[in-house]
Design a protein around this ligand. Structure first.
Ligand code: ZN
Ligand code: ZN
Length: 234
C-alpha cells in the first residue's frame, strides 16, 4: 500500500516537475548519459598549499611548516558541471546526484595510487543547527560512497563541530580562516587508533581553511597522519 502511495506521489511529482538533466535540460533524468560522460576525474597531483605538481598530492617539504595536512586527494576536475552538481546537492538538496556520479567516484578512487583500505574516513562535521537546517551532511554521504570502494571505516563522530559560524561563501581567505578558527573538537568517546591514517572528507576545497582547521584539531590531539579528500578543488 505504502509503495503504491510512493508511486502515485512520484507520478504526480513527475507531472508537475518533470526530471530534467541539470546540464542540458533533456527530460527524464537528473543527469543524462551524455552529460554524465562529461564528469571527469582530476588528473593532477599538487601540493595543496603552493600548487606545485608532484607525484601524489602530498604537502611538499617547503609547505610542511605552514600546514597540518599531510596531503590532499582530489576526486573530480574543477569543471562547471562538477561545481554545479555539488552546488545542487548542497543548496537544492538533490543528494541523488551523488548516486549518479558514484561510478565516476569509484573509478577515481580505484585509480588513485594513494588509496589504502586502512584509511579511516572522517567527514567534516556540520554544526547541529546547520545539520537540522539541511537535513543531511554532504561530507558524510560522500564518505559513505568512498568507503564502499575498499570497505574503509567511516568515523563520523571523531570530529565535532562545536562552533556555529556563517557560511564561508563570499569570504576571502583571511576571513574564512578567522570564521572557522576553533570550530572543531575531538570527541574522546569515539577515538580511532592513533597509528591510523585519517582522511578528512569534504565536498570542496577552496582556500583550505576548513580542512586545515580539522587537521590542526586532530594533530593537536595526537594523530600523526592526516590527509584530506575532496570531490573538487576550487
Ligand atoms: Zn544532459
Ligand atoms: Zn607546497
Amino acid at each position: 500500500m505504502r509503495q503504491n502511495g510512493n508511486r502515485i506521489k512520484n507520478f504526480v511529482l513527475d507531472l508537475v516537475f518533470p526530471m530534467k538533466c541539470i546540464y542540458c535540460s533533456l527530460e527524464g533524468d537528473w543527469l543524462c548519459n551524455k552529460c554524465l560522460d562529461l564528469v571527469k576525474r582530476d588528473n593532477y597531483n599538487l601540493c595543496p598549499i603552493c600548487e606545485v605538481e608532484n607525484s601524489n598530492g602530498a604537502v611538499c617539504g617547503f609547505c610542511r611548516k605552514n600546514s597540518n595536512l599531510d596531503g590532499l586527494m582530489v576526486v573530480l576536475e574543477n569543471s562547471q558541471l562538477n561545481q554545479k552538481i555539488i552546488h545542487l546537492v548542497k543548496y537544492n538538496f538533490i543528494t541523488e546526484l551523488l548516486n549518479y556520479i558514484k561510478p565516476k567516484i569509484f573509478s577515481c578512487i580505484n585509480n588513485n595510487p594513494n588509496w589504502r583500505d586502512y584509511f579511516v574516513l572522517v567527514p567534516v562535521p556540520l554544526h547541529r543547527r546547520r545539520f537540522l537546517e539541511r537535513g543531511f551532511n554532504q561530507s558524510e554521504i560522500i564518505s559513505n560512497i568512498i568507503g564502499e570502494v575498499k570497505g574503509n571505516i567511516i568515523n563520523n563522530q571523531l570530529l565535532a563541530k562545536v562552533k556555529y559560524h556563517r557560511h564561508q561563501v563570499g569570504l576571502n581567505a583571511k576571513q574564512r580562516k578567522l570564521n572557522i578558527v576553533d570550530s572543531f573538537a575531538v570527541n574522546d568517546r569515539c577515538l580511532v587508533d592513533f597509528n591510523k591514517t585519517l582522511v578528512i572528507v569534504d565536498d570542496v576545497y577552496t582556500t583550505g581553511s576548513t580542512m586545515e582547521e580539522c587537521a590542526k584539531t586532530l594533530k593537536e590531539y595526537g594523530y600523526q597522519k592526516v590527509w584530506g579528500l575532496v570531490l573538487i578543488k576550487g
